[in-house]
Every structure is written in C-alpha cells, then in structure tokens.
Write a protein that binds this ligand. Structure first.
Ligand code: GTP
Ligand code: MG
Length: 204
C-alpha cells in the first residue's frame, strides 16, 4: 500500500486566496452533502477535511496538498457545495463566481494548473437537475472530467445496477462507483487521479 501524505493548505473565497505554490490540481465538484470532504479523508486515510451531516458547510475553495509515494504531489481542491436548497440562488451565484475564477486562471507559462474535475453525484439520486447542469458546465470548461457516484453502500444490489446505468446515460460515459464507508472504488479513484495528472497541461 503506497504511503500518502496530506495536509490542508488554505481556504480561498476568490482568486486572491489561491495558493502561491503551483502544483497540478484536481478539483472535486458536487452538491452540498454529496460526500466531497468525506471522500478526501477516505483517500488519504486521515482526517484532513471537515465533514458534516448538515449540508452547506463548505463555502470556500479548500486546498489540500496530497502526495502519494511514487506519484507527483498535487492539490486536491474541494469546491463549495452547490445546489443546496436552503441557500438557493445565492449559493449558486457564489459557487459560480468562485468556480469561474478557479477554472479560468492561468499559471506558469500560461497553462491552467487544473488537470481534472471530478463531479461527485449521490448514487441514490441519479439525474438531478443541479448535477446535470454542473456536468454541462464542466463540459464547457474544456477541463478533463469524470463522474464519481458516492454513497454506494446505501443502495441495494438492484438499485445499484439501475442507478449506475441511469447515471451513465445522463452523463454519457463511465461512472466510478464509490463508498467512503466500505472503501469500494478508492484504488480506482487513485488510478484515475494519477492518469489525469499525467496529462499535458492546457491553457485555461
Ligand atoms: P459540503 O461541505 O456541505 O459541500 O458537503 P460535502 O460534500 O463535503 O459532504 P460531507 O463529506 O461532509 O458528507 C456529508 C454526509 O454524508 C456526512 O454525514 C457523511 O458521513 C456522509 N457520507 C459521505 N460519504 C459517504 C458514503 O460513502 N457512505 C455513507 N453511508 N455516508 C457518506
Ligand atoms: Mg465539505
């Protein structure tokens, strides 16, 4: 088992707060409460991200520095949850501003530091409008992206088959099934992240 070191670097409300150090980045995007912070902790087998049963806690872009033996160090960036019903339109606007600033920035030599965006969707609720809009939006950014289906442990075997098929149809491509509780999919997620980090950087 490869050793992982992970630390929280900073929280940013906008472009001015992003870290000065430049590393390749992988972004986690997803509705509030979908399990972004929990998945970060599961990946690194430590508690580096704050999690909560009450949605809407993460309002800033949180940067974590991850380094797995043998791989490139990178920032894993937890973007604030969007589509939180009670936050309504205001939260969506906040997310969009921050996300635009995040995805549209150029680093050294004019390349974007963002190598991939992973959209987390709750496997219990395939095809939510907010998730489909987020997916369309990610397609428009030009950044490599994929879907992670969270909380698989909450589904029955029959639901699992049906929901994963539905998700694949909605997002037109493979969906990686995950559970932070059982650990299912974590090895595959590390492989996916490593392959995104190997891709050449692109302009924003
Ligand atoms: P925001 O920070 O509000 O955007 O939410 P988040 O996406 O970071 O969600 P968070 O990781 O805080 O998890 C929300 C709730 O879902 C917590 O109660 C977690 O314990 C639970 N949860 C997350 N992942 C899983 C999973 O794989 N299985 C189960 N059963 N529960 C999970
Ligand atoms: Mg969170």
């Amino acid at each position: 088992m490869a050793r992982v070191t992970a630390s929280f670097i900073t929280s940013a409300a906008g472009a001015g707060g992003f870290p000065k150090e430049e590393l390749p980045e992988i972004a986690f995007v997803g509705r509030s409460n979908v399990g972004k912070s929990t998945l970060i902790n599961s990946l690194v087998k430590a508690t580096v991200a704050r999690t909560s049963a009450a949605p809407g806690k993460t309002r800033l872009a949180n940067f974590y520095r991850l380094h797995r033996d043998g791989d490139t160090p990178f920032f894993l960036v937890d973007l604030p949850g969007y589509g939180y019903a009670r936050g309504g339109r205001e939260t969506a606007a906040e997310f969009n501003l921050l996300a635009d600033a995040y995805f549209n920035r150029a680093g050294r030599e004019g390349f974007s530091p963002v190598r991939g965006a992973l959209l987390l969707v709750d496997s219990r609720h395939p095809g939510l409008d907010a998730d489909r809009r987020a997916w369309e939006w990610l397609e428009s950014t030009g950044v490599e992206h994929a879907v992670l289906a969270t909380k698989l442990d909450k589904l029955t075997r029959a639901e699992r088959q049906r929901h994963l098929r539905e998700l694949e149809a909605h997002h037109q491509g493979p969906v990686l099934p995950l559970s932070a509780v059982s650990g299912e999919g974590l090895d595959e997620l590390w492989k996916l992240i490593a392959s995104l980090l190997r891709r050449p950087p692109l302009p924003p």
